[in-house]
Design a protein around this ligand. Structure first.
Ligand code: FES
Ligand SMILES: [Fe+2]
Length: 361
């Protein structure tokens, strides 16, 4: 019998940092859906850091380290007063730069009464955060304006997944698993060949055309298409940043009913943000280039997509658990297939970003 490490001559050493902190700091990550962030402070672990997110009374978002420098109370248990957040324990107040502006029992603030603050941006449907060196900010978050475009309908959801973020990122860039893992949910069993993958600048892309076949029932309701009608499909994926990727289902109905549209897009959006060690925030969205789908269609789409993504969560959590417990762990080589083109580019980009921060997998 082959020894585990001898099995695959073209294998690579993986989990490639899946068990450790493999998170680049100098990039925009999504901290929360915009609706989650209000004047009531929100506690969230991001990149193994406790963060409090809140809005000032003028509506602008802010983020601070969620630990008061006095006796370490979580500021997320406090409240917002104007443009300051007030500690729940002894009432120290902090501005958005993390500077203490008031300590109720004394006039002079200790110089050390300061906490880290994080740059944030509101873009599309999400609040983005920069956890690294603010001097290294080299641009704005990716363009996600379609998420708030009234010509699009936007259905979204959230999971906390007990798996490293790279496992989810690779999962959503290799959709050949749809024909197998999701055979009873997506029911799109024609995705059994590898797409073309290529780079457009810094963006990882894939593209693939499919012959006439019924569309996955997950998306028929949003487009108003019958579930058994053969349609043409072009699948296009883009990953403009390690934090976010899109999978566009470009649908063409060759025989539309009179007065009906022939072409539709469903844009899947997959956002990952590392949380605590071995856990990831996964924000997903399904958007149709159809204005104002009904609440009933939105609810149906959300329920069916959730049923499918439950399958990914289950599998990836088992996978992570196996990696963590298997004594062969990091020495067990992983085989690469043709369908892993986009996933390999993810690892290359990740390695490059970590190297720029003086780190490696
Ligand atoms: S712990 Fe925050 S003011 Fe004392
Ligand atoms: Fe999946």
């Amino acid at each position: 019998m082959n020894k585990p490490t001898d099995v695959q001559p073209n294998g690579q050493r993986i989990p490639n940092g899946m068990l450790q902190d493999n998170y680049p700091r100098n990039m925009w990550w999504v901290a929360a859906h915009a609706d989650e962030v209000t004047t009531k402070p929100l506690a969230r672990w991001l990149l193994e850091t406790p963060v409090v997110l809140y809005r000032l009374e003028d509506g602008s978002p802010a983020a601070l380290y969620d630990r008061c420098p006095h006796r370490w109370a979580p500021l997320s248990e406090g409240h917002v007063a104007g443009d300051r957040i007030v500690c729940p324990y002894h009432g120290m107040e902090f501005d958005t730069g993390g500077n203490c502006t008031k300590a109720p029992t004394q006039k002079i603030m200790p110089k050390t009464a300061q906490i880290p603050s994080f740059p944030v941006r509101e873009a599309g449907a999400y609040i983005w955060i920069w956890m690294g060196d603010p001097e290294a900010i080299d641009g704005e978050p990716p363009d996600v304006s379609y998420q708030v475009d009234p010509d699009w309908s936007f259905v979204h959801g959230y999971y906390e997944v007990a798996a490293n973020w790279v496992l989810i990122r690779e999962n959503v860039l290799d959709l050949t698993h749809i024909a197998f893992l999701h055979k009873n949910t997506f029911k799109q069993d024609d995705w059994i060949t590898a797409p073309d993958t290529y780079m457009e600048g810094e963006t990882v892309c894939y593209e693939q055309e499919f012959d006439l076949a019924p569309l996955s029932p997950l998306f028929c309701a949003g487009m108003g298409l019958p579930e058994d009608k053969p349609i043409k499909r072009v699948q296009k994926g883009r990953m403009p940043s390690l934090a976010i990727s899109f999978s566009d289902w470009n649908v063409h109905d060759p025989n539309p009913e009179p007065g009906r549209r022939a072409d539709f897009i469903m844009r899947g959006c997959h956002i990952v943000t590392p949380s605590t060690r071995g856990h990831t925030h996964y924000f997903w969205a399904a958007a149709f280039d159809v204005p104002e789908i009904s609440d009933e269609v939105a609810a149906k789409t959300k329920a069916s997509v959730t049923a499918a993504f439950d399958e990914d969560k289950h599998l990836l959590e088992r996978l992570q658990d196996k990696i963590a417990k298997d004594p062969r762990g990091l020495d067990y080589l992983e085989v690469t297939l043709g369908a892993d083109g986009a996933g390999i580019k993810v690892r290359q980009i990740l390695n490059k970003k970590l190297a720029a921060e003086g780190r490696s997998l």
